[in-house]
Design a protein around this ligand. Sequence first.
Ligand code: AMP
Ligand code: ZN
Length: 117
Amino acid sequence: MENCIFCKIVRGDVPASKVYEDQDFVAFHDIHPAAPVHFLLIPKQHIASLYEVTETDQSLLGKMLWLTPQVAKQQGCENGFRTIINTGRVGGQEVFHLHIHIIGGKDRLPTMIHHGQ
Ligand code: AMP
Ligand code: ZN
């Protein structure tokens, strides 16, 4: 995708602080970290969002979830981490290239979803 910022990172046209890369995925630090550890794991293939995945994406999605704790451990999340996939307008998605946020640090993260709202 010509104008997708994450495709540009995949191609090397936009710099990113990469923490992991293989033939299918790349992970890099979020430019606006919400916690001491905050990186994004994205497939190199352009998929706009989790809403757009198809049956043929199942193995890619499985690998994405499998890689998540591997890279999280490498980044020092030994006591856990939070994963977030924002999807579409309601989910607050800003970049329409599928990505998992992996967020962690030393201390417990604040509760992000408050019940009763
Ligand atoms: P969302 O689509 O809501 O899941 O959020 C997209 C995330 O991508 C935000 O947390 C941004 O800070 C992050 N982001 C946007 N552009 C870049 C970039 N060039 N490098 C790293 N992170 C980025
Ligand atoms: Zn893209």
